[in-house]
Design a protein around this ligand. Sequence first.
Ligand code: AZA
Length: 269
Amino acid sequence: MLHRYTEANNKVVVATDTMKQTVYIMAKQHPVTPPELFGSIVASHFIDTYKHIHSAKVTVKVHRWTRLNVNEKPHPHSFYRDGSETRNVQAVADKGKGTTVRTCIAGLLVLKSTGSAFNDFYRDEYTLLQDAFDRILSTEVDCGWVWNKFSSVKEVESAVPKFDKAWEAARKITLETFATESSPSVQNTLYKMCEQILEAVPQVASVDYSLPNKHYFEIGKSSRQFFTYAANMLQDLSWHKGLKNTGKDAEVYAPQSDPNGLIQCTVSR
Ligand code: AZA
């Protein structure tokens, strides 16, 4: 099987163009929604059609197209891209072993201006971060859930009513918990989200989150607090007629482009 790589033997190669044409033909002949079903159909096609292919991985990405309202009425044929969030599905079909499907919400950017803290963490000689009792919390949500393994495409078909409902439940839980919880840490908040999704969707074996910290610092104080090397370059606003913009006076914040933390967690039953 490795011949195609080591000895330029293309006899076993299913060309990437064949894969593309296959996706078009499958899209014509089968339902493309929900993406969990379409991904499973395409992945199964490859292991069923080719004797020498034992495993196929298919990724489907669904973009947001929301119907336009004109004169407060839904327009019959016009849509707009409603944010950069996507619903992604990965279906992996393994010959004789069934299909594993993971659905995720990706690129959902959220921010809360208060109701988030992070303090009392481990401190040593490498620690620069200060306790934060009230901070801006912002992140780009990647939230995934892995379905119990499906033994066949038929089994995926019979689960069809569950896929959209699970996505709606996961999105609602993520957004509402983010908004309403008084968060002591990203770690604890995302664990609470995982628990609720496992509770809401019994057919799911595990839930995972990947949340990058997207920091916004008040101009001046926090920049110095986090990045000493930048301290000489960044100033607070006091240079201009003594303007106050730190602590209780903070009103102007700047998003930070520097690399920050990435907090991840998988919770299984
Ligand atoms: N958890 C947080 O909620 N915020 C943080 C962390 C952390 O581990 N590290 N820096 N900021």
